[in-house]
Design a protein around this ligand. Structure first.
Ligand code: SAH
Length: 352
């Protein structure tokens, strides 16, 4: 879904090139980009440093919005979830997580998801299609309007609906817009891309942009991981961890952020915790433990607090840097693994 008339599907360089081909000076592209990304003005009529004739010409040939906000829900803890509609009616969700000193946006990369992880609500939707560059970028533009006055977006995580590495070219172009000085000028280290482990695309991601990598691990054995993340049958743990261990772009200054959704009776035993030590050895990393967020498509539950504490203590005892992340926005189904906007029905498939 990369619409050539959709302005947000262009990186700043590509837009300058396109303007040149249209017979317009490249600095006009920079002016338009500044209005859109720096000032949040998307209506050509309001771009007052462009002449009237040019504004009309641009108005006739370009579209600046890729998504419309359909609904907004606010959690008691301040988390904001929005359902956004694409021009074909596809619905996706984005989640804004305000915290003291930082505001994180969680964006989607696909309509639904083909990976079908057994504990994730998005997987139960099936897969419809990849999002286009403009649809990824526009989540940032639409959602930042929902921040309180005076607040700015500080972090973007590619942890919403979908598997980012199965839509890598669009994800990379979206990142280029987010970090470009003429785009949103965000620091790459404030961007995190999470993958369930599409091994051959990890290195291309790391090499293309100095963003953070998160890997959804969830298990220390293939037997358990096969049940939770079916992609593990294609790229088993030895292959995934071997690729991370051998990648020279993963360093103590650029560690991997492992995510471990803790599920009662499935992956929460002291033995599971102890297996993580040898598994992670040699990979500069941190491990985030996320107690399972319940949803109607799954019978999995989070363990008790006592079991969660025992698990994290055991992991810590293995010399692993571990943090416990209590998901935000659970009362509005905005927490990890709870995104399931309606309208994302079953559909196509993607190939690796
Ligand atoms: N497909 C990518 C991006 C999605 S990230 C990936 O798998 O990494 C969403 C994160 O939320 C993943 O770590 C996922 O495993 C986790 N998650 C999914 N369902 C969850 C649930 N019900 N409770 C807690 N975390 C969940």
């Amino acid at each position: 879904m990369n619409d050539p008339t959709q302005l947000k599907s262009y990186t700043p360089e590509a837009l300058r090139e396109r303007f040149r081909r249209d017979g317009l000076p490249a600095y006009r592209a920079d002016q338009v980009l500044a209005w859109i990304y720096q000032r949040g003005v998307e209506d050509f009529a309001a771009m007052t440093d462009l002449g009237l004739a040019l504004r009309e010409q641009l108005e006739a040939s370009w579209r600046t919005r890729a998504l419309e906000i359909e609904s907004v829900q606010r959690s008691t803890d301040g988390t904001v979830k929005a359902v956004l509609l694409a021009s074909d009616g596809a619905a996706i969700e984005s989640v804004l997580i305000p915290e003291p000193g930082r505001n994180t946006l969680c964006v989607s990369t696909q309509v639904g998801c083909p990976l079908d992880c057994s504990f994730c609500a998005t997987g139960a939707l099936g897969f419809t299609r990849n999002l286009g560059v403009a649809e990824i970028v526009d989540q940032v533009c639409r959602m930042r309007e929902l921040l309180d006055p005076g607040q700015a977006l500080t972090n973007v995580v590619f942890m919403g609906m979908g598997e980012p590495l199965l839509n890598l070219p669009a994800v990379l172009d979206a990142i280029r817009v987010l970090v470009h000085p003429k785009g949103m000028a965000m620091a790459p280290r404030r961007i995190t891309v999470s993958t369930a482990g599409v091994v051959p695309r990890i290195r291309p991601l790391l090499a293309a942009a100095p963003v953070n990598l998160a890997v959804s691990l969830h298990a220390a054995t293939d037997e358990v991981r096969d049940q939770l993340v079916p992609l593990n049958r294609r790229f088993p743990l030895a292959q995934l961890m071997g690729a991370l261990r051998d990648d020279d772009l993963i360093t103590p200054r650029r560690p991997v952020f492992f995510e471990y959704t803790l599920i009662e009776g499935v992956n929460d035993s002291p033995e599971d915790a102890r297996r993580l030590g040898p598994l992670l050895r040699g990979i500069p990393s941190k491990l985030n433990v996320i107690p399972m967020n319940p949803h109607p498509d799954s019978s999995y539950r989070a363990p008790s607090d006592a079991v969660i504490d025992r698990f994290t203590a055991e992991v810590h005892g293995q010399g692993i840097r571990v943090t416990l992340r209590r998901s935000r926005g659970r009362d509005i189904d905005a927490a990890c693994g709870q995104l399931r906007a309606r309208g994302a029905g079953p559909g196509g498939s993607v190939s690796l």
